[in-house]
Write a protein that binds this ligand. Sequence first.
Ligand code: S3P
Length: 174
Amino acid sequence: MKNIVLIGMSGSGKTSVGKFISNILNMEFIDTDQMLITKSGMDISHIFNRYGEDYFRAMERRLIKDISSRTQQVISTGGGIVLSEDNIRLLRKNGMIFFLKGTINTLVKNLKSSGLDHRPLLAGDDELAVQVGRLYKNRRNLYLDSADIIVSIDNKAIEEIGKDIIRKFKQIPH
Ligand code: S3P
């Protein structure tokens, strides 16, 4: 069975939805941010502040290379995974890529409840909606181009989004 790969902005629910799907389908759950934290022993803001974003992206690419060779996993990715074409090429080889797409309002609402701990790119002084909007504008096409399937998350509970993805995953031969 192929991997289910979740991409999208911070606040789109990749981690919660991924955990839900992995429980239902009994597949291994991988959260790339969490794995990088565990492997490096550092939190993400610390990596960004101390070593810079490029260093973080290199760690992320090494991790993707590693996990994308395996199957039967639900992989929740960090929001910036689409910045590398290689990441997407590797993830697509053994996986189906779902883009969790929501409005800036939805993302901001979710971010306000989940917090900004691992999100140094959203720790600026501008209003959160402005920062999220700016990042999304730069990445929107990358998400759209990288996705096999686009899933709307607006006004939907985690379970609903998860079930939607499972249904679509089962429909497509793999
Ligand atoms: C990032 C998103 C974060 C984390 C890092 C960079 C991004 O993951 O990987 O702070 O570039 O959008 P989430 O999407 O889980 O917030």
